[in-house]
Structures are given as C-alpha cells and as structure tokens.
Write a protein that binds this ligand. Structure first.
Ligand code: KG4
Ligand code: ZN
Length: 342
C-alpha cells in the first residue's frame, strides 16, 4: 500500500510517499520538503500571505518530485492524505484543494489529516512504537502532553499558559539577532556557551501539574539584552546556552510530573514536533526516561520538523482503519487533537 502525503500548514511545502513495508526503514519511499526560509528571512518570522503564495507556486513540482523519487505514478497510489488543519489557513487551503483535485480526478480515497496527529504518530512510522504512550508535543505552535491511547484517542493534559516552546526559541533568537529559524540558531550558538553564566527566570518552579510557561523566561532574556551587558560572541553563546538549559530544566520538571499522571501501561516516553529536533533537549529527556525506567523514543531529526511523510503515515493508519474523509471537509485553522475522538 502506497500513500501520497501533502503538508502545507506553515512554511514548508512538502510531499512524500510512504508505504506499509514490514521493515520500518523501508517505509519512507520519498520525503520532499521545500523550506520557504529564504522567503521569510527578512521578516524574522513566517508571513502567512507570502507562505500561501509560495505554497501555490511550489506545490505541484514538490508533489511531482515526491512521486518521481519514489519511482511511482499517481495511478499506483492507494490514497491521498493532506494536512487539513490546524495551521495557517491560506497554506492549508492550497494543500487541501490540490489533494481534493487529484483525489477527484484520479478517483482515489481522500484523507484529511490533523497536523498534530501526524507528529503524534511519527514514531510508529519510524520505530513501531506500540500504543499507549506518553507524548510530549513541542513545536512552534504547540507545547502539550498527550496520552496517546490509540488512533484518534488522545487526551491532552498539560498545556502552555503562554508561548509554545518553539515560539520562545524563535523570539529569543530574534531578540539576539541569532538568525532564522530561531530554534536551530539558538541550539548552534549554545554549543559553545556556558549554561551557568546567566541567571534567568525559572518558570513555574515547584508548581504542581504539567503546564508550561515561557514568557517570564523570555522577558528575563530581553531584560538582560536591554542592560547592554551581552556584548561579545561568547556572551551571546553563554546567553543561548543559559536559555536552553532553563528550557531543558522546565521541560524535564514538567515531564516528571506528566509521568505520574499516566498508568504503568505507558512504558514509552515520546517526543515529537520541531523542538524535538534539539539534541540537547533530546538528551535531557532520554536521561529522565532512563531514570524513570521508561523507553525514550524520538523520530529522526528530519521527521521532527514539518514534513509530509508523517502526514502520509497518519493517512496510512487511518486508511487501514477505514477512516476515509469526505471530499467536502473544510480546512480548519484550529483543530485540537481531542476533537478527533468519536
Ligand atoms: O513542528 P514544526 O516544524 O512546525 C510547527 O508545527 O510548529 O516546529 C517548528 C518549531 C520552530 O519554532 C523552530 O524554531 C523549532 O520548531 N525548532 C527547534 C529546533 N528545530 C526547530 N527548536 C529548538 N531546537 C531546534 N534544533
Ligand atoms: Zn508541526
């Protein structure tokens, strides 16, 4: 079985072909990601109108390349899966319309996929991770714990009270003039920094529960920068490392609490979403999982940030479960994971 996946919910135009091979490493037949970084770099963030136009421009060649690299024709595709929310609505519309048109013209089953479900199921594509598992979903727009019981059976039980983790990385990078996109830029800077150099606000210290907060930490970075004491390249690296360390401490503290909220069937701790590409944070979560006797699972870096292989895979799981979508579904700018139940 071969599924074509399409992803256009943010600033990546992506298409992929995924199959149901028994061996996980043989499943991704192609995974094309056209990143629009150069189109948004001068604004220091994603501009929705520019993103939508760029998706329109790149979607057709991206899909064609995904099919060519997989060595397959559209006729041999079993179903078409596309992100139908949540995300920047202009981009989501472009992907959904393209997928619907192809599904209609070629009489293929059509699957509207929740982008977050794509992130949530990626470890099943890459590691065959069995249900249930505890998922920490950390991306540019989301920061939450999810008890993943099964396909479409998600319970979200921790959220961010303000910014998402990726948003905090992006804003701090912008303040420091570190580059765009912010997450990888801060991680790179932090490599040569001393994490104990700056005392930054530590979010929700000693507070029970699994919620996150990053705004106080972000403000403390801004305050330090405004004082004018972060001058040299070494200072910048130190600040990036100090920030990243506090983010790591906060995520570990919250995850410790989250592990006490799920029962003993939850043996796997999974991280997904763009921020899961951060090596330092992966290391911290891996240490925590070992300490708590759980197995840590993270997708390979290229499948943490937005991609269409994860959408194709979610489509494959849903298709096998008989959950095909109607061609008249509407793209959704907001679409919580929990709404998938039932
Ligand atoms: O999942 P994703 O590609 O898009 C959303 O669905 O939001 O996540 C993008 C976010 C951005 O905020 C980006 O800065 C962050 O993930 N990110 C990282 C790293 N790579 C990407 N954050 C920290 N460290 C990284 N290496
Ligand atoms: Zn994402």
């Amino acid at each position: 079985m071969n599924i074509l996946g399409i992803e256009t919910s943010c600033d990546e135009t992506a298409a992929a072909v995924v199959c149901d091979a028994n061996v996980a490493s043989e499943r991704v037949r192609s995974n094309i990601v056209f990143s629009q970084i150069s189109e948004h770099i001068e604004y220091g963030g994603v501009v929705p109108e520019i993103a939508a136009r760029a998706h329109l421009h790149y979607i057709r060649p991206t899909i064609e390349r995904a099919l060519t690299e997989a060595g397959i024709t559209l006729a041999e595709i079993d179903a078409i899966a596309v992100t139908s929310g949540p995300g920047l609505i202009g981009g989501v519309l472009v992907g959904v319309m393209a997928a619907k048109a192809m599904a209609m013209a070629h009489k293929k089953p059509f699957l509207g996929i929740n982008h977050l479900e794509g992130h949530a199921l990626t470890v099943r594509l890459t590691h065959d991770t069995p249900f249930p598992y505890l998922l920490l979903l950390v991306s540019g727009g989301h920061c939450q714990f999810v008890a993943v019981e099964g396909l479409s059976r998600y319970t979200v039980f921790g959220r961010t009270l303000d910014d998402a983790a990726g948003e905090a990385f992006d804003k701090v990078a912008k303040m420091m003039d570190a580059g765009y996109p912010g997450g990888p830029a801060v991680e790179r800077l932090a490599l040569t920094g001393r994490a104990e150099q700056y005392a930054l606000t530590r979010p929700l210290i000693g507070r029970k529960g699994c919620d996150f907060s990053f705004s106080g930490l972000k403000t403390s970075v801004r305050t330090l920068l405004q004082k004018g004491i972060v001058i040299t390249d070494q200072d910048k690296a130190d600040l990036a490392a100090s920030f990243q360390k506090v983010v790591g401490d906060h995520i570990v503290d919250r995850t410790k609490n989250a592990l006490t909220c799920v029962d003993e069937r939850y043996q796997h701790l999974v991280v997904a979403g763009g921020v899961a590409a951060n090596n330092y944070l992966r290391g911290r979560l891996n240490e925590l999982a070992m300490e708590k006797g759980r197995t840590f699972v993270a997708p390979p870096m290229e499948l943490c940030t937005d991609n269409a292989a994860m959408i194709a895979w979610a489509g494959l799981e849903r298709f096998k479960a008989g959950l095909v979508s109607d061609l008249n579904i509407s793209p959704r700018p907001r679409w919580p994971l929990e709404a998938l139940a039932g």
